[in-house]
Design a protein around this ligand. Structure first.
Ligand code: 13P
Length: 247
């Protein structure tokens, strides 16, 4: 039985004051599933200190594929561990679309995270034009295959995969539970072809306009093991309601 995992992706949002308010609100709720908050790099120490003792893990939103050295503006996985991160989002569609991250780079970042003992949340998902062209399963399979070329399913199972259809991110247009389940079942079948046991352990999250009102029916699907939450995670009460739906 896979425990549900719900991760907040704050993206490039927050401030010292807003984070402090969020943390104060979060500390007053008891979460019943595994939870992670992925904050912007500069706020990781603040958020990590605020989450101490809550059972909620700290995560980052990206890492360098390189070891520490002369890479101006980059952040190494070692540094994330040093400030208390246990998780890191890898290959979010915003990074793929706006910062040129290829399947190969995403796979390298996932491998680097795993090698360091950081748990990657590796994001995959198709664009609207890919879906409309009937290419969803092929696109997602290629993204997953690139990661499997560098990371075994067993090692990936320490982290998670997140299926995030690009057309559902920040648009208010959620994939239906059946649409998400179809893709996530296909991902699990692909993982199972490589390692059937580990494929049953690896958590596959859904992300894309998850809200308190739609979380429960998504999380009820057999291959949806939790969520990666953007906009709704910025309000602690909404994130708490989504976590409650994952019970
Ligand atoms: P929204 O929940 O804002 O649609 O964002 C989803 C996402 O991209 C999480 O990584």
């Amino acid at each position: 039985m896979r425990r549900k995992l719900v991760a907040a992706n704050w993206k490039m949002n927050g401030s010292s004051a807003a984070n402090a308010q969020w943390i104060a609100a979060w500390r007053s709720v008891a979460s019943t599933c595994d939870t992670v908050v992925c904050a912007p790099f500069v706020y990781l120490p603040q958020v990590g200190a605020g989450l101490a003792g809550t059972g909620t893990d700290l995560g980052a939103q990206n890492l360098s594929e390189q070891a520490p050295g002369a890479f101006t503006g980059e952040v190494a996985g070692e540094m994330l561990l040093d400030v208390g991160c246990r998780w890191v989002i890898v290959g979010h569609s915003e990074r793929r679309a706006m910062y040129g991250e290829t399947n190969e780079l995403v796979a390298k970042k996932a491998a680097r995270a795993i090698a360091l003992g950081l748990r990657p949340i590796v994001c995959v998902g198709e664009t609207l034009s890919e879906r409309d062209a009937g290419r969803t399963l092929d696109v997602v399979a290629a993204q997953v295959a690139a990661v499997l070329a560098q990371c075994s399913v067993a090692k990936l199972a320490a982290g998670a995969l997140a299926y995030e259809p690009v057309w559902a991110i920040g648009t208010g247009r959620t994939a239906t539970p059946a649409q998400a389940q179809e893709v996530q079942a296909a991902i699990r079948a692909q993982l199972a072809a490589a390692d059937a046991t580990a494929a049953q352990q690896l958590r596959i999250l859904y992300g894309g306009s998850v809200k308190p009102g739609n979380a429960a029916e998504l999380f009820a699907q057999p291959d949806i093991d939790g969520g990666l939450i953007g906009g709704a995670s910025l309000v602690a009460a909404d994130f708490a309601a989504i976590c409650a739906a994952a019970k």
